[in-house]
Design a binder for this molecule. Structure first.
Ligand code: ADP
Ligand code: ZN
Ligand code: ZN
Length: 756
């Protein structure tokens, strides 16, 4: 047994359920438990050690035996029982303090110890109050008498009493100084005289105030019916899918359910695919639930995160409802009763890099089972996996096929870009149909959203003479042209150069751009619609803590008439004045080399279209495409989710993909092309010999080099009904033997279970 050196926390800061959940994540997603801890705990909760010294003895110390330096440290220790290294540096005013400390230790004056330190610093606010002796009835008179000749101090005292009478709560120094239009120096003078005293209180860094008194929400008949169905399904099942078309009022149904769980004294977790969406949701929820709403945000700093962590741990009033993106799943809930996963189909719920590569929706379902809590998955376009689970009775299924207020689903029109008639009438990337519709929408004061799933000006710069296309030096991709900055930029590693004036291959000056991104669309719009304000929402314009919010706000406030953007636009935003949505080019999504490409294109187009005509009138959607007859596009125009689902499900079965097969993707990376190729083949052969399962690869992905590392992938398909546990064990064994081969040790291996 060893001595207890230090007690870190009075109470544990993580719960048993958290630990069990994290262990599940490590084993299911095949990563080290350390990776999970590092990924899920706010870094400020991880401890730092700091060396300190403390006074060792209360015995008599012969001061005459101490050198000057030693004496200074010894003296400081009389006032303060321990000292940190940097404090000693300050006292001695020199860097090399260790000989001094060593002498003090040798002489038995001090002891050296390591102290664990939390990084968290509470936010303290300075308050003032009257000294106790003046709290009597005639205290004020006495006070003013003392201050007869100090006008400025008298003013402060009078303001203090005024504030006390009107505010009826403790008064901060800042408030007092601001109200009296005075300075902190004057307040300090009063404190020095012993008339006032100051004290500190800890304050929350983040808090949301809503009045919590929003008029009682009335659900429509359709919404009420859905609510009853969900509650019923929770009697028998843990998970329920709410499949409700865009603008069917899912959020209001969530609110009613949250209310029920709060009444039971349960905590509620509300997961969103994107932190940028929290602002809109927080204001909607705090209107009903007042300050019971907390947000866990990856853009929050460490201290802010710790506060939310502690509130959740203490089951505080302030954190009964926690809104967050996937990381909120890892908070120390005490009493979790209900989890909502809104827009459950969103890809962003799956963490890609670094490990743990978990899917927040699936991890939420496992977490809920540990708390015996319920999960509601919501989407207008559920993922194939989820809809499959719902239709095979694993989950409950509730459908809402009408928009709130009986607003019609948008009318979708296709523009065939192959058609000669349309082609002749193109103005830049705009068909005449699209231009006409934008013209009449903006003329009526309505707003327009235009979707293009590519940022920048154009994805390629090409030499007209020799066909050369500038490539990234570090990645196997061509550089995207950003006109505003006159730069060519790599979207994978951030590498950038200014736009060349001539071809680096043949020196020709005839360079042209190919394809188009949001920046080009915005530029064309400013020429086509000079009288209207055009905004843009993509990764380039939403940087910074509130970048996204600023654009959303200016669009909501109608400072922007036409908003151009990437898939960020598709994520559950609610604008009430948008009557037209244009999809500039539907095709590049469809032909992505990915088994989910059709599902994703459908979801994306349906979600973007869903932004049109939400509050009062039917909206219009125009899709420009070279493939108007493509099944997926036809399904979008007919609002035919089930058609899309059935077609995709059929393909998934034939080609062995989810939900019939689980996919484990192994990615190998190394700077040396030949070594990687050899290593990948070695691993592939071992795997296909030892696993009685389909193993594909080693494949060269479409982008086969990023940041100077070459990439190879191996895919393993595991039938849904076979034991994944044993398969994973075998895979792990093979990876270990791969690692044991000396020449492959430097190859980076990452595992992605349920690859998205
Ligand atoms: P969804 O999340 O299904 O796309 P929302 O919850 O955003 O739909 O609802 C669409 C719009 O209808 C919102 O502006 C919302 O305020 C409004 N709405 C929905 N249900 C109600 C209700 N019961 N009472 C008043 N307004 C509602
Ligand atoms: Zn050239
Ligand atoms: Zn690059």
């Amino acid at each position: 047994a060893k001595e207890i050196h230090q007690i870190l926390d009075e109470k544990p800061i993580v719960t048993e359920i958290q630990i069990a959940h994290w262990q599940w994540i490590a084993s299911y997603y095949m990563c080290a438990i350390g990776d999970v801890y590092r990924g899920v705990m706010p870094s400020a909760l991880l401890l730092e050690s700091e060396t300190i010294i403390s006074q060792k003895t209360t015995d008599f110390v012969d001061e005459s035996l101490l050198s000057d330096d030693e004496y200074l440290v010894y003296q400081a220790l009389q006032l303060q029982s321990s000292l940190k290294i940097n404090e000693i540096v300050a006292i001695l005013n020199k860097k090399n303090i260790f000989p001094v400390i060593q002498k003090l230790i040798d002489k038995g004056v001090v002891a050296l110890q390591e102290e664990m330190q939390e990084n968290y610093k509470p936010k303290l606010v300075r308050y003032v109050r009257l000294s106790a002796q003046y709290e009597t009835n005639n205290g004020l008179g006495e006070l003013l008498e003392t201050l007869k000749n100090a006008t400025k101090q008298k003013e402060i005292v009078l303001t203090y009493f005024q504030l006390l009478a009107t505010e009826k709560k403790p008064i901060t120094v800042k408030k007092l100084v601001d109200s009296a239009q005075s300075t902190t120096a004057i307040v300090k003078a009063l404190i020095d005289k012993g008339l006032f005293e100051d004290y500190y209180l800890q304050e929350d860094r983040v808090s949301f105030t809503g009045n919590g008194k929003e008029d009682q929400l009335q659900l429509s008949e359709i919404q009420s019916k859905a609510l009853v169905e969900i509650t019923d399904s929770f009697i028998k099942k843990e998970v329920c899918l709410l499949h409700g078309v865009t603008s069917s009022g899912k959020t209001e149904i969530y609110i009613k359910l949250i209310e029920q769980y709060l009444l039971l004294g349960k905590q509620v977790l509300y997961l969103l695919p994107e932190i940028a969406l929290t602002t809109q949701l927080v204001s909607r929820l705090s209107a009903y639930f007042g300050n019971k709403v907390a947000v866990f945000h990856s853009k929050y700093n460490n201290n802010e995160r710790i506060e939310v962590w502690n509130q959740v741990l203490q089951d505080s009033e302030k954190a009964q409802i926690v809104i967050g993106a996937r990381s909120a799943l890892f908070l120390p809930f005490q009493n979790l009763g209900f989890i909502i996963v809104d827009e459950e189909h969103e890809q962003t719920f799956k963490q890609m890099d670094p490990a743990p590569r978990y899917h927040a929706r699936d991890a939420a379902i496992v977490l809920a089972s540990m708390y015996k809590a319920k999960v509601l998955l919501g989407s207008a376009t559920p993922s194939i996996e989820t809809y499959f689970n719902a239709s095979t009775d694993k989950y409950g299924l509730v459908e809402v096929s009408k928009r709130y207020g009986n607003v019609m689903m948008p009318d979708i029109e296709l523009v065939d870009l192959k058609d000669k008639y349309f082609r002749k009438r193109m103005n830049g990337h705009f068909s005449d149909v699209l231009i006409e519709n934008i013209t009449s929408a903006v003329a009526l004061g309505e707003q327009v959203i235009l979707f293009q799933n590519r940022r920048g000006y154009s994805p390629l710069l090409e030499c007209l003479t020799c066909g050369h296309v500038p490539q990234c030096q570090q990645c196997d991709v061509s550089l995207t042209y950003h006109k505003h900055k006159n730069q060519l930029r790599c979207h994978y590693c951030g590498y950038s150069i200014s736009k060349p004036t001539h071809c680096h291959s043949c020196t020709s000056v005839h360079l042209t751009t190919k394809g188009f991104g949001t920046e080009q669309i915005q530029q064309e719009l400013t020429i086509l619609f000079p009288d209207y304000k055009v905004g843009r929402m993509d990764q380039d314009t939403t940087k910074g803590k509130f970048g996204f919010e600023k654009i959303i706000d200016s669009f909501k406030n109608r400072e922007v008439d036409i908003l151009v953007g990437t898939q960020m636009l598709a994520k559950g935003l609610d604008f009430d004045n948008v009557s037209l949505v244009g999809i500039m080019n539907a095709d590049n999504m469809l032909y992505h080399p990915d088994f989910r490409a059709f599902e994703r294109s459908f979801q994306m187009m349906m979600q973007v279209s869903g932004r049109a005509g939400r509050s009062y009138k039917q909206g219009k959607v125009i899709i420009q495409t070279y493939n108007p007859d493509h099944n997926t596009i036809q399904q979008v125009t007919k609002n035919d989710y089930i058609g899309m689902y059935k077609e995709q499900l059929y393909d998934r079965q034939i080609y062995k993909y989810p939900p019939y097969f689980r996919i484990i993707k192994i990615t190998l990376k190394h700077r040396d092309f030949d070594k990687l190729k050899e290593g990948a083949m070695w691993l592939y052969q071992v795997m296909s010999q030892n696993l009685a399962l389909p193993v594909l690869g080693p494949e060269e992905p479409a982008i086969n080099r990023i940041r100077n590392e070459y990439i190879r992938t191996i895919i393993i398909k595991i039938p849904q009904n076979s034991s994944i546990v044993n398969t994973k064990k075998t895979i792990q064994k093979m990876l270990n033997s791969f690692d044991a081969v000396a020449q492959y040790r430097a190859i980076k291996v990452s595992i992605n279970v349920d690859f998205y």
